[in-house]
Design a protein around this ligand. Structure first.
Ligand code: FES
Length: 316
């Protein structure tokens, strides 16, 4: 088995923000967490004697002494267990393993203006953005979209921000005129967005329609891998066969079988878990592969994607 990388920590404090949002402060006693930058996420591992859960979360804040990391976790309706476990059993003192810390969604330092668009839990990477952009005197605006019943919770999260630069909306982006605002943005503006799939698709299409160059449009998809029909993987190098159950990911099945499978974000966003497919047809669910790569059928991102065929043979 591969050597385990990361940092042992524990939950120091928990705060309920809404019935479905909880803030967790993780603490390390001896060493400090690695440096982070706005947009960084941490892959966390936690659980009880029965099951281990592995999920990645945006880092909202790293304390000045480097011993605490703050994340906010939404209770996902289609949760395969991780967010539910944290909401129900994530109490002060619970051990949490902090695995890889990385940033796939950094601020573009050369941008003259930053437009941040978020919906729901998609605000989490921007909470660290806002602190940084304000501290360096950058030109920025945040529009956040949420359900009416969560408005006060998000306003409280943004209470210490420059209120002239942040807005919370409970209407849809199309209803508040976001398309017109995008149209009016200067050519030098970089747009960043994060939220649920419907919101992401709308912003993606609207920025494209408004003529934003692809290099000025940045997104972070947070993606809770969903289950699906069970299938079997065959590891070509050893001939081993591993069953992937309906409620687990291919990556989880590989890890459960002690296979050294690469991974980082665990959410279909980084590409680190790509494995060559030798036989069978993948059911792609990631945000990384190009259309040509999908069509070729010879690579799969194990953290989110599944199989359309009963078996998949992998180059592992
Ligand atoms: S681990 Fe990042 S895409 Fe799979």
């Amino acid at each position: 088995m591969a050597e385990r990388m990361g940092f042992p920590a524990f939950i120091e404090r928990v705060e309920g923000l809404t019935p479905t949002l909880r803030r967790f402060v993780l603490r390390k006693e001896k060493q400090i967490f690695p440096p982070v930058s706005p947009g960084s996420y941490a892959a966390l591992e936690f659980g009880d004697g029965e099951k281990v859960y592995k999920n990645a979360y945006s880092i909202v804040e790293r304390s000045e002494d480097g011993r605490e990391l703050t994340v906010i976790v939404r209770l996902a309706p289609q949760s395969r267990g991780g967010s539910r476990f944290l909401h129900e059993k994530g109490r002060s003192g619970l051990p949490v393993w902090v695995g890889s810390v990385a940033n796939l969604f950094p601020i573009v330092k050369t941008a003259r203006r930053h437009l941040l668009l978020s919906a729901g839990i998609g605000i989490t990477p921007f909470l660290s953005y806002l602190r940084k952009l304000r501290s360096i005197g950058a030109d920025y605006t945040l529009h956040h979209f949420c359900r009416a019943e969560e408005r006060s919770a998000f306003e409280a999260l943004l209470a210490e921000q420059d209120q002239a630069r942040v807005s919370v909306h409970t209407a849809l982006p199309s209803e508040v005129g976001l398309a017109d605002w995008l149209q009016d943005e200067a050519i030098a503006t970089h747009v960043y967005f994060c939220g649920p799939e419907g919101f992401m698709k709308w912003v993606e299409e609207t920025t494209h329609r408004c003529g934003f160059a692809p290099g000025k449009v940045h997104s972070e998809h947070f993606f809770v891998p969903e289950g699906g029909r069970p299938f079997e993987v065959i590891l070509a190098r050893s001939g081993r066969k591993i069953a992937v159950k309906a409620d687990e990911t291919l990556l989880e099945a590989l890890e459960q079988a002690d296979v050294d499978a690469p991974c980082m974000c665990r959410g279909g966003a980084c590409g680190a878990c790509a494995v060559t497919v030798l036989d069978g047809q993948p059911d792609h669910r990631d945000h990384v592969l190009t259309e040509a790569e999908r069509a070729s059928g010879n690579v799969i991102l194990t953290c989110v994607s599944r199989a359309k065929t009963d078996t998949l043979t992998l180059d592992l």
